[in-house]
Design a protein around this ligand. Structure first.
Ligand SMILES: C[S@@+](CC[C@H](N)C(=O)[O-])C[C@H]1O[C@@H](n2cnc3c(N)ncnc32)[C@H](O)[C@@H]1O
Length: 225
C-alpha cells in the first residue's frame, strides 16, 4: 500500500478480493474497468453501467444499462451462475439511487454477502453536494450509510477512511428484509435537505484502514496470498 494509513479505495477493494475470495462479484458503475480488474480471474463478475468504456479484454459479463433497468429486467444469479459474495456500488452518485442499488443488491444477496459502497466519507459539503461542481465528486451517497444506521440496526456497518472519499462496508445482510423498500420515500425525505458536516462521522462509523481493520472486516489473508 502506498500510504499504509490511508490506502486508496482501489487498494482496499483489492484486499477485499484477496481476503474474501468471492466466487461471484457484482459491480454497479464500471466506467473504464479499473475497479473491475481487481477481481481474481477465478471470480465470476457482472458489471452494470449505462456507458461502460472498458478498453481491455474481460471475461466479466458487462451489461450496458442502468442499475434500475438491470434489476428490473435481468436475473443476477443467472448472469453470475454462482452466489453473490461481494458487491461494489459505484454507479450514479445520488443518495436515492445508491440506496435503491443497495436494496436491489440485498434482495439478491445471502447473509454472507459483503457490500461495499464507494463515496461514503465526504471531503466536505461542496464535493458531496447533489449538484456536481468539482472534479472529485462523491455526491450525497454518504447518506446511504446514515440511513442504514438509522433504519437497519441489524446490519454491521463500517466506513473505511480510504482515499479519496471513503468506502462503506455493509455486512450481515437480510435478503428477506423489506424495511428499506417499505420506508423508501420517508427515508429519502428525511435526509433530502441535509448537507454533510463532521458531526455525521459518528453516524457513519468511520474507522482507519489498518491491517487489523481489514482482518476484522474482510477476514484474514488466506495462506500464501
Ligand atoms: C465513478 S464511475 C465508476 C468507476 C469505477 N467503479 C472505478 O472505480 O474504476 C461511475 C460510473 O457509474 C455509471 N453510472 C451512472 N449512472 C448509473 C446507473 N444509473 N447505473 C449504473 N451505473 C451508472 C457511469 O456511467 C460511470 O461509468
Amino acid at each position: 500500500m502506498s500510504d499504509p494509513n490511508r490506502p486508496t479505495y482501489y487498494e482496499v477493494l483489492a484486499q477485499a478480493h484477496r481476503r474474501l475470495r468471492p466466487t461471484g462479484y457484482l459491480e454497479i458503475g464500471v466506467h473504464e474497468g479499473h475497479s473491475l480488474q481487481l477481481a481474481d480471474s477465478s471470480t465470476r463478475c457482472v458489471g452494470v453501467d449505462p456507458e461502460p468504456n472498458i478498453g481491455f479484454d474481460t471475461t466479466a459479463t458487462i451489461v450496458a444499462t442502468t442499475s434500475d433497468a438491470y434489476f428490473a429486467e435481468r436475473d443476477l444469479s443467472s448472469d453470475l451462475g454462482t452466489t453473490l459474495d461481494l458487491a461494489f456500488i459505484d454507479g450514479l452518485h445520488l443518495f436515492e439511487q445508491a440506496l435503491r442499488d443497495f436494496i436491489n443488491v440485498e434482495a439478491n444477496a445471502s447473509p454472507n454477502t459483503v457490500v461495499m459502497i464507494h463515496d461514503c466519507l465526504p471531503i466536505d459539503s461542496v464535493t458531496s453536494a447533489r449538484e456536481r461542481t468539482t472534479v472529485i465528486w462523491s455526491g450525497d451517497v454518504w447518506k446511504v450509510v446514515v440511513a442504514l444506521a438509522r433504519h437497519r440496526g441489524d446490519l454491521t456497518i463500517t466506513t473505511l477512511d480510504a482515499q479519496p472519499t471513503g468506502l462503506g462496508v455493509i455486512r450481515g445482510l437480510d435478503p428477506t428484509s423489506h424495511v428499506l423498500s417499505d420506508r423508501f420515500d420517508d427515508i429519502v425525505a428525511e435526509l433530502a435537505e441535509t448537507d454533510y458536516d463532521e458531526e455525521f462521522r459518528s453516524e457513519l462509523s468511520v474507522t482507519d484502514v489498518t491491517p487489523a481493520t481489514l482482518s476484522a472486516v474482510f477476514g484474514p489473508l488466506p495462506a500464501g496470498a
